[in-house]
Design a protein around this ligand. Sequence first.
Ligand SMILES: N[C@@H]1[C@@H](O)[C@H](O)[C@@H](COP(=O)(O)O)O[C@@H]1O
Length: 237
Amino acid sequence: MKKIITKDYATMSELAAAIVLEKMMLPKRVNLSLTAGNTPVGMYEILIDKLQKMDFDRSTVHYYNFDEIPLVGERYGVTMSALNTAFYDQVHIDHGNLHELTAENNQAYDQKILQDGGLDLVVMGVGSDGHFCANMPGYTSFDRETFAVSFEKGDGLYTAITHLTDKEPASPYVTFGPRTILASKQLLVFANGKSKAEIMKKVLEGPITEEVPASILRTHPNITFILDEEAAALLEN
Ligand SMILES: N[C@@H]1[C@@H](O)[C@H](O)[C@@H](COP(=O)(O)O)O[C@@H]1O
């Protein structure tokens, strides 16, 4: 496990962008999974700026969304819409290179990834409750590959999900499971700000437990955590 602590959000974003860019430039097919959310906003700004200025072969890089909350009456769910806006549309990624995770294809998704050569890099944030992708505390089993989770209007998951979108979510949501993530060749996890300090202490230095889903990530042999000083404030090591 590699841990990098940066002085601020801008430096964290630069380092993350450099790791992603290096992968994108490999002279071969590259399979990436990238996170939505607030954490990667700075990273995407840097990547967009660099990619717009360089001659970049977009055809060799493929993107596999790692979770999705479908929306009632909408073509795209929460994650795909967010990634389209934050990154894919900005750098004109061909839709043939975007692999949507859906309620229909989730059971075959791990097999598809394997057939496509496996994931080269997954970039993830961590929720302040310790979730990664959509592996929530209380709904996580470390044995799982990609799976769907049903919810009903008004139940605990529905309530948790409505914090992530202003629109009406449609059951089930879908997510990579821990086994899907751990099968990736490389992982990058980043976190910034005081609101992530307590959870990053648990993720990096607490017990590995399904109650803190992201704690399993540190068992991966090729994982880098990048934290700004605020998110790292409670770490002992
Ligand atoms: N599905 C996403 C996660 O992939 C993301 O890591 C998390 C943290 O988001 P943020 O970066 O906004 O804190 O939010 C959502 O739940």
